[in-house]
Every structure is written in structure tokens, then in C-alpha cells.
Design a binder for this molecule. Structure first.
Ligand code: DX5
Ligand code: ZN
Length: 225
């Protein structure tokens, strides 16, 4: 059953703590925290201080999605701040192999994210070191963008690579995931679905989450980590 990772990017940052508490109570499986540096992507969000603050408000796992140049520089601080999993972009460093090992060495799970324009085949020699592949279904930078349809084919390719190599990394899909496409993504093999604007849009989180659960044929209740 696919898990729902709540990206607070579309939430009201003026009440971030309450949003986190409300989301946990609603039953989100984990949080997905989008760190942006204004260079790798054309937007700036937050860093370790805010991750630490979220960490204090929830026991749910924190997946940190680093959209930053030179992710190796920030990785130790992001893990120290409370990331259970840290995903960085293949496009952001010449040494993704080294960084995956380093993140595991820091005691976190290691994830690798790929932009929509990067062939998933480029991940081939990294997959055995990855706990998660974060397949971007929008160009990273903003919540509320439209899902790129080609993602379905990319997901199929990645699932095939995982099977052929006998590997166990999880596949997360990030960007434009709504109840309307969640079922198809889960059916193709996505383990984690990231949602920002589908969860944080003025309606209660519990109600929005229920729509995802229904689309997934899931009776509800957060899954163990
Ligand atoms: C985009 C971020 C996503 C974003 C998803 O750069 O990586 O995690 O918050 O937002 P929605 O679900 O609104 O597309
Ligand atoms: Zn993200």
C-alpha cells in the first residue's frame, strides 16, 4: 500500500507547528520537507532550523528533499536536524555515489532524486546504494504544478530496473500527485506519494487525506514506518 508523505510547502507557514500536529493526527504516514536554495531551483524555502522545529512536533518519519547545489555541504546539518531520510538531486553533484554512502554513514536513509528531464537509466549504478528514488513528476521548485504525464513511463522503467537487479529501494513520486492519479501511480509500483497542494488547500487535511486513501483503496490509518 502506498504511503502518503505530506509536503508542508503548500501549508500556512505562519502556523507550521499546528499544521504538523494536525497532519499527524489526520494520519499522514510521514512528512516530506522541501529544502530549496534559490540556486538549484528558483525558489528559497528553509533549512535545518525549521526541520528541527518540525522534528519537535512529530514522531512521524521526516523525509528531507534537498533541492540545493553542493548537497554534500548541507547533508550533515540536515541529518542532525532530524532527517530520517535525506534525498538529494543526481543533477546537483558530481559525486552522487559518494554522497549516498555518506548519508548512510551519518545514520540516515539515503535517497536520490531525479528531475523530469534526467533519464532514469542514469541511476543504474547508484541504485544499490539508495534507500529511495524520488522521481520528480514536476520540475522542482514550487507546489501546485501540473503532473507530467511521461512520469508513468519513467516509473515503469524504474520498477523494471528494480526488479531486474533484485533491489529493495522504495520509489517515491513527487509533484502534482492528486487523488485522480494516485491510484494509477500506486498500481505501477510507487511506494510513496508526495502531496502538498492536494493536502493543504484550505480544506481540512483529514478530508483531503481521506480522498487519497479512497483513491488508493486504503481503509486508512497511518502505516508503521
Ligand atoms: C516541488 C516539491 C514538491 C512539492 C509538491 O519542487 O519537491 O514536494 O511540494 O507539491 P504539489 O503536491 O502541490 O505538486
Ligand atoms: Zn519535494
Amino acid at each position: 500500500m502506498s504511503r502518503i508523505a505530506a509536503s508542508v510547502l503548500a501549508a500556512d507557514f505562519g502556523r507550521l507547528g499546528e499544521v504538523v500536529v494536525e497532519s499527524e493526527a489526520a494520519g499522514v504516514d510521514r512528512f516530506h520537507l522541501d529544502v530549496m536554495d534559490g540556486h538549484f531551483v528558483p525558489n528559497l524555502t528553509f533549512g535545518p532550523v525549521v526541520i528541527e522545529a518540525v522534528r519537535r512536533r512529530t514522531d512521524r518519519p521526516l523525509d528531507v528533499h534537498a533541492m540545493v547545489r553542493e548537497p554534500e555541504r548541507l547533508a550533515p546539518d540536515l541529518v542532525r536536524a532530524g532527517a530520517d531520510l535525506l534525498a538529494f538531486h543526481l543533477e546537483a553533484t558530481p559525486h552522487p555515489h559518494r554522497l549516498l554512502e555518506a548519508i548512510r554513514g551519518l545514520g540516515a536513509k539515503a535517497g536520490i532524486a531525479v528531475n523530469p528531464g534526467t533519464p532514469v537509466e542514469a541511476l543504474a549504478d547508484l541504485l544499490e546504494l539508495a534507500d529511495q528514488v524520488l522521481l520528480m513528476s514536476v520540475n522542482p521548485g514550487f507546489a501546485g504544478q501540473r503532473f507530467i504525464e511521461r512520469t508513468y513511463r519513467r516509473l515503469e522503467t524504474l520498477v523494471r530496473m528494480r526488479r531486474d537487479e533484485g533491489l529493495g529501494f522504495e520509489i517515491a513520486v513527487d509533484g502534482g500527485v492528486k487523488p485522480e492519479n494516485a491510484g494509477r501511480l500506486a498500481g505501477l509500483g510507487a511506494d510513496v506519494l508526495v502531496a502538498a497542494s492536494g493536502l493543504y488547500n484550505g480544506r481540512p487535511v483529514a478530508e483531503n487525506l481521506a480522498a487519497y486513501r479512497e483513491a488508493l483503496g486504503d481503509p486508512g490509518g497511518a502505516l508503521p514506518r
